[in-house]
Design a protein around this ligand. Structure first.
Ligand code: DGL
Length: 267
């Protein structure tokens, strides 16, 4: 393992490309191996045990490919499995929950934070636990938004029906007078514009994808393993349907997605 070794990023499918996008924007020289578990998506409605087994298998695969760090782009996997991954994987593992929480704690002035995510992420209370580590007096208001992922996968980012659904999910949370909301799911940054229109300008929107990219940069710098020459190369692995990944991936990642390989992961 050295500076040139890749950053490993994994997700249940396509959504983690929003994290990869933020990472490549901030660190264009880094090589990246991305794994999308397209055979098992969605993770958001699955149990902790199942998501953890998938996450461990993928992390071991990435370590075999000599990655220098693993970024768990999936919020559900971060919420359910981060500690287990940290204890079982020999490279540093970073999840999205801490970075998003820290950013939200910094932004809130009235100490009322809304959290949205998959059923799994919300049920785990992972964001709440993290936020309370920094400030116990912050009030949190959580809402699972299970229809957001399929809307994004369908490319329905700003249709009327999408905004109606956003309104339906968020009205109660917004009524609690939150001043900050965490987009606690890989897919939600693609709904940011519509969410902004529904909730108004006065609420800070925290994008965990951007927050985690800064955390990765800091860690690479601290450990002196940043790649500082050349342009990063990207390899994509999926567990099913590489063609579909290539096609839909352009909604999530601004560069052309080439080099998608299908692999099977041992449990
Ligand atoms: N990647 C998941 C997350 O961020 C969303 C999609 C899924 O349910 O697998 O929680």
């Amino acid at each position: 393992m050295n500076r040139k070794s890749a950053i490993g990023i994994f997700d249940s499918g396509l959504g983690g490309l929003t994290v990869m996008s933020a990472v490549t924007k901030l660190m264009p020289k880094e090589n990246i191996i991305y794994f999308g578990d397209t055979a098992h998506v969605p993770y958001g409605s699955k149990s902790k045990k199942v998501v953890t087994d998938f996450s461990l298998g993928i992390s071991k695969f990435l370590v075999k490919h000599n990655v220098k760090i693993i970024v768990v782009a999936c919020n559900t996997a971060s919420a359910f499995s981060l500690d287990i991954l940290k204890n079982n994987i020999k490279v540093p593992v970073i999840g999205v929950i801490r970075a998003g929480s820290v950013m939200a704690v910094k932004k809130t002035k009235n100490k009322k934070i809304g959290i949205i995510g998959t059923e799994g992420t919300i049920k785990s209370k992972a964001y709440i636990k993290e936020i309370k580590k920094y400030d116990k007096s912050i009030q949190t208001f959580s809402q699972a938004c299970p229809l957001f992922v399929p809307l994004v996968e369908e490319g329905w980012f700003d249709k009327k029906i999408t905004k109606d659904i956003i309104k339906e999910y968020l009205v109660n949370t917004v009524n609690k007078k939150i001043d900050t909301i965490i987009l606690g799911c890989t897919h939600y940054p693609l709904l940011k514009k519509s969410i902004r229109q529904v909730i108004g300008e006065h609420i800070n929107i925290v994008d965990s994808a951007v927050a985690v990219a800064y955390e990765v940069k800091k860690l690479l710098h601290e450990q002196n393993i940043e790649n500082n020459s050349g342009k990063g190369k990207y390899i994509f692995y999926v567990s099913d349907c590489p063609e579909k990944f290539k096609k839909l991936g352009s909604n999530f990642f601004p560069q052309k997605i080439k080099n998608v390989k299908k692999v099977e992961i041992d449990k």
